[in-house]
Design a protein around this ligand. Structure first.
Ligand code: AP5
Length: 218
């Protein structure tokens, strides 16, 4: 793919978007734009915007489009995104967001949309077993905990369960995915931009397949 890279990763909650976007961004020197991470950062700092977003996130609801669009548009206008490119993680999630993204990137739009396809029973297990570091955000699971007493191996902060990884919030998030986000698959397919890959294989095997896709994309 020629610069600027303009890649979107979509998939159910727990499909591995964050995991794979961060590997891809690191290997190509791209901006990794995770709207979930941006929102959690604002909640942690306690900005007015963060306090507003927190209620939606804890319930597992989407934050309103107009709130999220302003943030993404500002970020995409930065020189690193314009010159080298980006991988979007968790955005767009609604047809309104996808249409707005097309307008922001007019006339070319995004170059490649990767749909990470993972069965629901697998994502349910991944989300309910996930634990995250409150300092650096490193992800662990109950199957692979940190070496000492739920303290992060990298930064020594506490490792906890995400507030939206409760059974109620997970079920709400997956229902919203089915109803509001999954129509993006057909939308991007019609535009000839979508490639679906299985995301339930080994971490590194999925990363290699993604790297090949990006290399082959125009
Ligand atoms: P966000 O943080 O984006 O959460 P999400 O969409 O629910 O996605 P997750 O982080 O749960 O899953 P993921 O696909 O990134 O998987 P991960 O790599 O972590 O958004 C949070 C909230 O913010 C939303 O609910 C909403 O309120 C708000 N928001 C965000 N964007 C928004 C938008 N555009 N519009 C409106 N509101 C928005 O992996 C999950 C687990 O699986 C990890 O433990 C990982 O280690 C494991 N795993 C990953 N890959 C593999 C593998 N191959 N094999 C085994 N385990 C694996």
């Amino acid at each position: 793919m020629n610069r600027p890279y303009r890649i979107v990763m979509i998939g159910k909650q727990g499909a591995g978007k964050g995991t794979q976007c961060s590997k891809l961004a690191a290997s190509l020197g791209l901006a990794h734009i995770s709207t979930g991470d941006i929102l959690r950062g604002a909640v942690k700092v306690g900005t007015e915007f963060g306090l507003l977003a927190n209620d939606y996130m804890e319930r597992g609801d989407l934050v309103p489009d107009d709130v999220i669009l302003g943030i993404v548009e500002d970020r995409l206008d930065q020189p690193d995104c314009r010159d080298i490119g980006f991988v979007l993680d968790g955005f767009p999630r609604t047809l309104a967001q996808a249409t707005a993204l097309d307008e922001i990137l007019h006339p070319d739009g995004v170059k490649l949309v990767i749909n990470l396809d993972v069965p629901t029973d697998v994502v349910l297990d991944r989300l309910s077993s996930r634990r995250v570091c409150t300092g650096c955000g490193r992800t662990y699971s109950i199957y692979k905990p940190p070496s000492s007493n739920w303290t992060c191996d990298d930064c020594a902060h506490e490792v906890i369960q995400r507030a939206d990884d409760t059974p109620e919030a997970i079920s709400r998030r997956l229902a919203i995915y089915d109803e509001v986000t999954s129509p993006l698959i057909a939308w991007y397919q019609e535009k000839g931009k979508l490639v679906t890959i299985a995301g339930d294989g080994d971490f590194n095997a999925v990363a290699i397949e993604i790297a090949h896709l990006v290399e082959r994309a125009q």
